[in-house]
Design a protein. Structure first.
Length: 333
């Protein structure tokens, strides 16, 4: 797996309308025209080489110093470089992150089912192949049919932890993009179609969280957690420093009230609510898997908080606050 940072488009440069997204899709499809679909590792490496930008313009600070410092520390830890550029860079980074995950799955086993692995690494190419249809086939990236041994050493656990998070960030960007396209779409059919893609990326983001933590808890305690404490990073290192989630929460603010009434009151929006609940449940799952049922989070430890609340309970509280930002209209019971 490459050790180069993944150049994720800065959140402020993400496409926000269907027209911008379609232009980005056309640019990426032109880039890979004639390559075809190849499930082989060699084909994935070649596709990655085509998609990964040779050079890009680094995105300068765009937040207050304290917020930018927190975002930048988080990006650096997980191997992300923020780029300024055209909207197609968003899709290129998404596909590269999915290819890296497929290559990881070819080396080390996963507890995800075959269908879950396909969703995990295929959502980006499904978006490219199905602009206004329900997500499905047409995938460029394929998981291996059989996986080998699970991550059994500190090095492979660290690789999975960081590459899984990079894929998670790319999928968070995709949720932000598809929500924005839904809001700006002019018809109920278009809004519902983009919300279908939102559901797909919520599902794949939840799977990316589970994949990132798919190794023995003792490896986390011994190898991962110490790297997220001083002096390696600042005190209180936290998922709250995730730049892409920060912007996602803003895009979800009162989402339901910005859609056409028939969409906000229909099944498409209800599925988004349910998918977001599952996304946050995956984060709580990871917290519990690595001791959050009994221990405080790194952020809580750094603040010397003694509230009797565990890390998993605090994660659940944050999830509730974020989901309430949706502000959607629910059908009458």
């Amino acid at each position: 797996m490459t050790t180069k940072p993944l150049p994720l488009l800065h959140t402020r440069d993400l496409p926000t309308t269907g027209g911008e997204l379609r232009a980005a899709m056309s640019a990426v499809n032109a880039l890979i025209a004639g390559l075809g679909s190849s499930p082989s590792a060699a084909g994935s490496v070649r596709l990655r080489r085509i998609l990964a930008p040779d050079h890009y313009e680094p995105a300068g600070p765009q937040e207050t110093p304290s917020l930018e410092d927190a975002f930048s520390e988080h990006d650096t830890f997980f191997g992300v470089a923020r780029a300024h550029g055209p909207a197609d860079l968003f899709l290129r980074a998404l596909l590269v992150a999915e290819i890296d995950t497929a290559l990881d799955l070819a080396r080390t086993a996963s507890s995800l089912s075959p269908a879950e692995r396909t969703t995990l690494v295929g959502s980006g190419s499904a978006l490219l192949g199905h602009r206004h249809e329900r997500p499905g086939s047409g995938r460029l990236v394929h998981p291996p049919e059989d996986c080998t041994a699970p991550p059994a050493d500190e090095h492979t656990a660290q690789l999975r932890w960081k590459s899984g998070h990079r894929l998670f960030f790319a999928h968070l960007q995709a949720i932000t993009v598809t929500c924005g396209c839904a809001v700006h779409a002019s018809t109920a059919a278009e809004q519902a179609a983009y919300l279908d893609h939102t559901v797909m990326f919520c599902t794949s983001a939840a799977l990316a969280m589970r994949h990132a933590a798919d190794f023995a808890p003792e490896l986390y305690v011994r190898s991962i957690r110490p790297t997220m404490t001083p002096p390696q990073v600042g005190s209180g290192f936290s998922g709250l420093q995730t730049r892409d989630h920060y912007y996602l929460v803003q895009s979800l603010d009162s989402l339901g009230t910005r859609l056409l009434p028939e969409v906000a009151e229909g099944t498409a929006y209800r599925k988004v609510e349910e998918a977001l609940e599952q996304l946050y449940a995956a984060h709580v799952h990871v917290c519990r898997r690595f001791g959050g049922d009994t221990n405080a989070s790194l952020r809580m430890e750094a603040s010397k908080e003694d509230s009797g609340t565990t890390g998993a309970e605090r994660a659940q509280q944050y999830a509730g606050l974020r989901l309430r930002k949706l502000g959607g209209r629910r059908p009458a019971a």
